[in-house]
Design a protein around this ligand. Structure first.
Ligand code: ATP
Length: 437
């Protein structure tokens, strides 16, 4: 099911480009420049050169075709989506014609182009939303392992110009032109138009793209892509040795990547050392807590603020104490005297002292009694409600999926499934493999 991850990722890239197009279309009402017209032309080239030549044919010929064979109930939806695919190039031709006719000094013609752009933006936004919210679930339910092998291979074999630094000449050219005119991810406007899509995707806090890493000659991650939007709680589940900890270590920079990219709020951090990533707001709470046993609880918490100037540290300490009163009560005691659950709270509190943009939690429930595990998950939920973005690695798949907005299943270094936490909780494969049902 790797193809679904690739499609979702390509949709995200297309959304970025479509948002840039919409922004240019809206500007046509004021005082556009020659450059704005040139940019619109490049974006039409992108949709014709990538979406029409690679993305849509693969969906039509593999994903849609197989789904039509396997599930009669999917036919109306698939046919509607195929009709959208047929309409898209017609829209693009119309847009190009309106662009050719448009003139800096002719407000009516500019308004016509602006309308076509807005309609195109609304149409592809609604189309991508239908695919992800309706078609993906049908595909997960009805397609066989052989179908997925074929579909995954087809999607893995092409190159998204927004991701790749390689590729054929035309893809490289598309990339060069498009990347120069895109705003960074977090400043991109949410799509307007369709109501469902209007509930806009939040800004992307973290994106991992096609990440690879190796331990000596053994590759442990084989091209993993995940995304965590701002304020989301995303869970990563999988068996022992699947690569979950390795992925967190790559994100925090203690494990080098051998390929791919890691972006924090749209900026690549892949080349930055780990302490720079901490300063940029990535904070990992490691497996096994790793608090400093002989040091006092309060000093452990203060250690969490080591990258900050002193302003606000006392206030944050009080906030952590308000969240975990037991830590305040025992603030002068050595951390080593705390129970396992209390040490987990200390580790969380220490991470919060760094004012993280994103918390990476590695197996916070590991080795704790069930009643303490419940408390830890209540705390994680409260952190999310406070607006903290969280990437949570857990072997306790049931608890993690039930609080996650979105989740990924990692198996032997590959993402094999993804979806909203509650959907994965109901997924037969997940129930069999990770929930013991
Ligand atoms: P667990 O829940 O058991 O921690 P995990 O999903 O976090 O599992 P990782 O610890 O990331 O998995 O391990 C992924 C793979 O990398 C495994 O095959 C593991 O044996 C290997 N691996 C992890 N750390 C090292 C290391 N330091 N040197 C060599 N191989 C390693």
């Amino acid at each position: 099911m790797q193809a679904l991850t690739i499609i979702r990722h390509e949709h995200r890239n297309m959304t970025r480009v479509a948002q840039a197009l919409r922004g240019l279309g809206d500007r046509l009402g004021n005082s556009p420049s020659d450059l704005d017209f040139r940019k619109i032309e490049y974006i039409i080239d992108y949709f014709e050169g990538f979406t029409e030549r690679y993305h849509h044919p693969k969906e039509n010929n593999f994903l849609f075709a197989r789904l039509l064979q396997r599930a009669g109930a999917a036919r109306p939806l698939v046919e509607r989506l195929m009709r959208d695919h047929e309409k898209a190039p017609v829209h693009l031709v119309r847009m190009r014609e309106a662009l050719t006719a448009a003139d800096i000094d002719d407000a009516t013609r500019r308004a016509r182009l602006s309308e076509i752009i807005a309609a195109f933006h609304g149409m592809i936004g609604a189309h991508m939303h239908s695919e992800e919210s309706e078609l993906f679930e049908l595909a997960r339910t009805h397609l066989t392992e052989d179908d997925w092998r074929e579909i995954d291979a087809a999607f893995a074999s092409h190159i998204d110009p927004l991701d790749s630094t390689e590729g054929e000449g035309d893809i490289a050219l598309l990339r060069q032109r498009i990347m120069a005119l895109l705003p960074p991810l977090d400043t991109a406007r949410p799509p307007a138009g369709d109501a469902a899509v209007g509930a806009a995707p939040a800004a992307m806090m973290l994106e991992v793209r096609d990440l690879k890493t190796r331990y000596g000659r053994i590759e442990a991650l084989h091209g993993v892509s995940i995304a965590v939007a701002e304020g989301q709680l995303v869970a990563l589940v999988g068996a022992n040795g699947a690569g979950k900890t390795t992925l967190l270590r790559c994100i925090s920079g203690v494990q080098p990547a051998s390929g791919g990219d890691i972006l924090l709020r749209g900026q690549s951090i892949a080349a930055r050392r780990s302490h720079h990533r901490v300063r940029a707001g990535i904070c990992q709470v490691p497996e096994g807590r790793q608090v400093f046993g002989p040091m006092s609880i309060e000093d452990n918490l203060r250690m969490g603020a080591f990258t900050r100037r002193s302003a606000g540290i006392e206030d944050d300490l009080e906030k952590v104490y308000a969240m975990f009163p037991i830590l305040k009560e025992r603030r002068t005691h050595p951390a080593g005297t705390l129970s396992g659950g209390q040490q987990q709270m200390l580790a969380l509190g220490r991470a919060l002292m760094g004012r993280p943009r994103i918390l990476l939690l590695d197996e916070p429930s590991m080795g704790l009694a069930p009643v303490i595990v419940e408390e830890i998950f209540r705390t994680i939920r409260a952190l999310k409600e406070d607006g903290i973005t969280i990437l949570l690695v857990e072997q306790n798949a049931r608890a993690a999926l039930s609080i996650a907005d979105h989740a990924y299943v990692l198996e032997t270094g590959y993402v094999t499934l993804e979806g909203p936490g509650k959907e994965l909780l109901a997924n037969d494969e997940v129930r069999r493999a990770y929930l013991g049902m």
